[in-house]
Design a protein around this ligand. Structure first.
Ligand code: BES
Ligand code: MN
Ligand code: ZN
Length: 495
């Protein structure tokens, strides 16, 4: 898809559709006013009649307005002006793009940006790209038809390019999540990573089963044993800073299918489990964006790739595993597999010199119970680092909320036969006991765990996003990488 700036005055823009914005205070943007003037004040009249309210997610389609070259004008609500951030810009553009993509349209012009910050323009372009791509990968007749070209009115080309990179990498993450497990397994996932690493100049190491054994990744390997798909660990690296600059590590859970193992999930519980590699896909999307944006920072992205299946060789309840860092783990539920995979991935990240870490995982159903489908859970061993992650997510309109990590929760994962066990006592606070387990593998390093079980994958579509993989938190990770030179220095004592 091409994203191009246009300076043509709005009534004369040659496009299949134009998108303009009205906010909830009923203010027309300067661009909307230009269109309104040319079209005999049609928009002002619709506002006066209460047809257009300017609320977030509102979309009004107007056909064949007099004086306007484009045959279709979409008026999108921008919401409360006070609440504008990257999130509102993303959402407004995505709402319009999603509706317009229901029909085949070659060129769509977005005239939203006057008065927007560069960051909002970037997010808006990202939203336009995300809104016009759907999950219908294997439908002959597409529900969502991507535009061939996006025009952005008065866009500054470097900002447009950055927005396009964000949109394409969020869509990469979504596509990896949406591909069925029959197409994306640990090996083919790693091959995808190899492809884009070569294309965009990321360093890459792929550990196969033999290497994982040599590296004593006993927890990850145990999960993989029941599947005929062999596991992989991928380490991507972006050296945008100087040698010796602090390293940001991003780690992702990449369970390409989670059947639950011997503690088999009921069929309903398996339906979304092709998406249990969303953490890994998010890390890949972010790493590709960081490389293409040429951010002047050192970042490594590590993803643990396994399939959790059943066979005569599958790991069992009661097994005791030795993780890479030497800790012994009693397995009391084979469906609590993500934390076993991440245990070894986090240990590798620490060994590779991570200064601070973030991991992303569709880790617990309990997180959906606690926070619902739209909010990610944050847990940490370092409050200042967690605050930085939360601020970035807020900036991008990607909702997150912190859960406590009181030491008492850690008592729940003590085992009578091994150092720790992979589940807590009963179901209560299951999101936190999972995080307490991960904490055992990050040493003393500042670390934030993001449980994306809710927002990574939507069963139902949103006005701005098709159902399926959402690509949530790619933008947040990029935002953090952009501030990494400052964030690397703050520690808990500074706050
Ligand atoms: N991948 C699941 C968590 C999940 C559930 C993500 C629903 C998205 C939607 C994870 O591996 C899992 O099965 N967790 C168990 C943990 C339990 C056995 C302690 C769960 O949440 O039930
Ligand atoms: Mn599971
Ligand atoms: Zn899982």
């Amino acid at each position: 898809m091409r994203v191009q700036p246009t300076e043509t005055d709005i009534p004369h823009i040659d496009a299949d559709a134009l998108v303009i914005g009205v906010d909830a205070a009923k203010n027309l943007s300067q661009e909307a006013r230009e269109l309104d003037d040319a079209a005999g004040e049609s928009i002002t009249r619709l506002i006066a009649r209460g047809e257009i309210l300017g609320k977030a997610d509102e979309l009004t389609l107007l056909y064949d307005l007099p004086g306007i070259k484009s045959p279709l004008v979409a008026v999108v609500g921008l919401g409360e002006p006070k609440q504008w951030g990257g999130g509102a810009a993303f959402r407004a553009a995505a709402v319009a793009a999603r509706r317009l993509a229901e029909k085949k349209r070659r060129r769509v012009a977005f005239c939203l940006g006057d008065g927007w910050t560069e960051r909002q323009v970037e997010n808006g372009i990202c939203g336009a790209l995300v809104g016009c791509h759907g999950q219908d990968l294997y439908r002959a007749e597409k529900n969502t038809q991507p535009f061939a070209e996006i025009l952005w009115h008065s866009g500054y080309p470097p900002v447009l390019a950055a927005g396009q990179i964000l949109g394409e990498t969020v869509n990469l993450t979504r596509q990896l999540v949406n591909e069925p497990a029959s197409r994306i397994d640990p090996e083919s996932f790693a091959a995808e990573a190899q492809k884009f690493a070569d294309e965009y100049g990321l360093g890459i190491e792929i550990w196969d089963e033999k290497r994982l054994e040599d590296e004593r990744c006993g927890a990850l390997l145990a999960v993989a044993r029941g599947s005929s798909q062999r596991p992989r660990l991928v380490i991507l690296s972006h050296q945008g800073g100087r040698p010796g600059d602090p390293v940001l590590a991003l780690a992702g859970k990449g369970v390409t299918f989670d059947s639950g193992g011997l503690c088999l999930k009921p069929s309903d519980g398996q339906k979304a489990m092709k998406g249990d590699m969303a953490g890994a896909a998010t890390v890949c999307g972010a790493m590709q964006a960081i490389a293409r944006l040429e951010l002047p920072v050192n970042v490594i992205g590590l993803v643990g790739l396994v399939e959790n299946m059943i066979s005569g060789d599958a790991y069992r309840v009661g097994d005791v595993l030795t993780a890479r860092n030497g800790k012994t783990i009693e397995v009391l539920n084979t469906d609590a597999e993500g934390r076993l995979v991440l245990a070894d991935v986090l240990d590798v990240a620490v060994e590779r010199g991570a200064h601070k870490l973030i991991d992303l995982a569709t880790l617990t159903g309990a997180c959906l119970v606690a926070l619902g489908t739209d909010v990610a859970g944050l847990m940490t061993n370092d409050q200042a680092w967690c605050d930085a992650v939360r601020r970035a997510s807020e900036q991008c309109g990607e909702a997150s909320w912190q859960l406590p990590m009181f030491p008492e929760f850690g008592e729940q994962i003590r085992s009578k036969v091994a150092d720790i066990k992979n589940v807590g006592e009963g179901r209560w606070a299951g999101t936190i006991t999972a995080a307490k387990f991960l904490e055992e593998f990050v040493g003393e390093k500042p670390w934030v765990h993001i449980d994306i079980a809710g927002p990574a994958f939507f069963e139902n579509p949103k006005p701005w996003l098709d159902a399926g993989g959402s690509g949530a938190f790619v933008r947040t990770l990029v935002e953090i990488a952009r501030h990494w030179p400052d964030l690397a220095e703050t520690d808990a004592a500074d706050v």
